[in-house]
Ligand binder design. Sequence first.
Ligand SMILES: O=C(O)CCC(=O)C(=O)O
Ligand SMILES: [Fe+2]
Length: 189
Amino acid sequence: MHNTGVEIMRLASLGLGIPENTFDYMFASKPCSTFRIMHYPPWDGSPPDNAKIEDGKVLITPDHTDTNFLTLLARFGYKGLEVLTQDNEWAEIETRPGSLVMNIGDTLSRMMGGRFKATRHRVIDIGVDRYSVPFFMSPNFEVDVGIDLMSKALGEKKEYTPEKYGHYALRRIKYEKKYFEYRDLPDIK
Ligand SMILES: O=C(O)CCC(=O)C(=O)O
Ligand SMILES: [Fe+2]
């Protein structure tokens, strides 16, 4: 998955007309990537009273963008993943054998000065056990994510405030997105 992600960023660089190795340094040593195995069990009976329901659908993962750089998701044919389209409508992502879903994360979007948009997505309860395996490709903790790499590659001089990836990711998930599993994380100096 790591090598696939690096290769995708090399191909993206070629497509953008910037040096092929533009993103390599970010993942070369101790990347903060995580590889998770997710199991969403079905409800026993009807969903609980506090279940989040939108458009008549029970959400098992509400609307969000991934904070990391790029996500590669294996779905094993399970439906339920929806993305918000340019027209602001939720669209189901078809399953396709032997393929991965790629979601652009907040970090890639930020480092491209917003030229790439982070993918807003959500997961719908499909009524049966559901499994998915996301690879959250993430840079080294120390990598400066304040820089606009596209502008840099084009030789444009742009003022920016440096920020380490580790600080950026923790700041967003703890204080902005407020994911409950991260609320007790210590602050990092
Ligand atoms: O289970 C899925 O299909 C996606 C999960 C997801 O979006 C996430 O964990 O960030
Ligand atoms: Fe996600």
